[in-house]
Structure formats: structure tokens, C-alpha cells
Design a protein. Structure first.
Length: 284
């Protein structure tokens, strides 16, 4: 709907296509890191298409954006904002930046130095000025966002479980490179999807249903209505009653839409204009 109002947001999705989990998966499957990452990336965007979610303006993969990551690490390194472990891991030194916080975790003493670059075997790594390795999660997300969205973000989305350490650490990097509070104007933290017992749905708990499995029984709009039944910043418990409620609501809305379209088109043989009420209704 925002597009119809003349608002065209620039949206970037960050894709971590190399990390320790992907490396371990590639070893177990005897596939390349790229093959494993592309399989899951393609599956993710296929699910978005099934849900009729508009694609982002930019898809930023870590392995395709190493230069901007290197530039930001080099800036932090050259300006004395880093510390190095005995194994060669290059870390952001938060002790120098306790005042540069967003959500207060650093002030509470919960912050820890976090990895900017981690050495790895050359077979599963990226060459860099600091040796073969892989970037840390926080620096890669910050650097890619800055490259595709500029030095000032309007809004940063993520799950509520990313507030700390991920978003806090991103802000620490942004404050150090761009100046205090100049990187992101606001964060929107999304609630988690939980099972009926209140446990977060996750692979480790094996308590989830995939989007593809859900869509074998229900339409995409049922899932949309199900998730909209809770305020976005609050976690939502998924159970049979809520799914049935969303399915019944979807049926009533579909029936109402068909009746409205039937009424609007009754007695006319000409196609309605592209900005007609019928098109607006069909957006549902």
C-alpha cells in the first residue's frame, strides 16, 4: 500500500553466506560453502514469493561485499578501536566506547569485545589483509547496510532477540565510524514466533513448522492474518485455535471481497480503471 501512496522505500536484505555453521554443513554434505549458502538463500526467497512478499531493493551477500567490510575494519584498526587475540582474532574494543550505546547493555557491564575478523583455514575462508578468515556478524551487517542504504538508516528491522548483542554492537561500530547516534534513526524489533508452551520456535528445539508445510494446508493470507493477530513487537504463540481463527477470518474476508467486486462490476461491460476500488480490494 505504501507504493500506492507514492512512498518507495529502499530495502536491503543482508545474507550471511559464509560462517561457521555453513562451513560445518558444507563439510558434512561434502558440498562447497557457496552451494550450501545458495540452497538456503534460494529457499528463503522462494518462501517469500509464496507469501506474496515484495522482494527487497538490494540483496547483500557477504562474499560479494568484502571490500566495504575490509574498509570499515581497516578504519577501526587504524584508529586504535581494536584488540587482537592470541589466535589472531581481531576484535572491536568496547572498553573505549562505553558511552556509545543504544539499548544500555554496555552500561550494564554486559558488553564484550566482539569479533571483526576471525582466522579460518584457507579452504573455507576469504583472503584479507589480516589473513585468511571470515568477518564477524556485526561488522558485516553494518558495512553492507552502509554500502546499500547510505550512512544514515531510517529504520533497522530485526527480531527482538537481536537487540543485544547484534544491534547494540552494530551501533557501537556505527558510532565509532560515523559519530555518535548518526547511523540509525530507529530500530523496529519484531516479536518471536513461539509454540503453545511459549518456547521460541527453532531448529534446535525441533518445534517448528516450515512455511512450505503450512502452505500445503492453508493459503498465504491465512499465515499473514495469523501473524497480524498479535502486535508486531510482541511474541505470538501459535496453536490450532489461532490457526483456525485466522483461516475462518480469511474465508469471511474472501467472501466479502468477492461480493464487493461483484457489486462494483455489476451492469458494466467496460474494464474499470487501474486505480479503481476493485484493484484496491484485490490487493488483499
Amino acid at each position: 500500500m505504501v507504493f500506492r501512496l507514492g512512498v518507495h522505500p529502499i530495502v536491503a536484505f543482508g545474507v550471511t553466506d559464509i560462517d561457521d555453521k555453513i562451513i560445518q554443513k558444507s563439510i558434512s554434505l561434502k558440498e562447497t560453502v557457496h552451494e550450501v549458502a545458495e540452497y538456503y538463500t534460494n529457499s528463503f526467497f522462494q518462501d517469500l514469493r509464496r507469501l506474496n512478499v515484495k522482494p527487497p531493493t538490494h540483496i547483500a551477500r557477504v562474499t560479494e561485499n568484502t571490500n566495504c567490510i575490509f574498509d570499515d575494519i581497516e578504519y577501526l584498526y587504524s584508529n586504535g578501536r581494536t584488540t587482537t587475540d592470541t589466535d589472531g582474532t581481531l576484535r572491536f574494543d568496547i572498553c573505549r566506547h562505553l558511552s556509545n550505546h543504544k539499548f544500555g547493555y554496555f552500561q550494564k557491564g554486559e558488553g564484550q569485545n566482539f569479533a571483526l575478523w576471525r582466522p579460518r583455514l584457507s579452504e573455507f575462508s576469504i583472503p584479507s589483509p589480516w589473513g585468511d578468515g571470515i568477518p564477524g556478524w556485526h561488522i558485516e551487517c553494518f558495512s553492507m547496510a552502509k554500502r546499500f542504504l547510505g550512512k544514515e538508516l531510517d529504520l533497522h528491522f530485526g527480531g527482538c532477540d537481536l537487540k543485544y548483542p547484534h544491534h547494540e554492537n552494530e551501533m557501537a561500530i556505527g558510532n565509532s565510524i560515523l559519530g555518535d547516534g548518526k547511523w540509525c534513526n530507529g530500530f523496529y524489533h519484531i516479536g518471536l514466533v513461539e509454540d503453545d508452551s511459549g518456547e521460541k520456535m527453532s531448529k534446535s528445539q525441533n518445534n517448528f513448522t516450515t512455511i512450505r508445510e503450512f502452505l500445503e494446508s492453508y493459503s498465504p493470507n491465512v499465515l499473514r492474518l495469523l501473524l497480524l493477530s498479535s502486535q508486531p513487537h510482541r511474541s505470538i504463540k501459535i496453536n490450532t485455535d489461532k490457526i483456525n481463527f485466522a483461516a475462518n477470518l480469511n474465508s469471511r474476508l474472501e467472501s466479502a471481497r468477492r461480493e464487493i467486486v461483484k457489486t462494483l462490476t455489476a451492469g458494466t461491460k467496460e474494464a474499470l480503471p487501474s486505480d479503481s476500488s476493485v484493484e484496491l480490494i484485490n490487493l488483499y
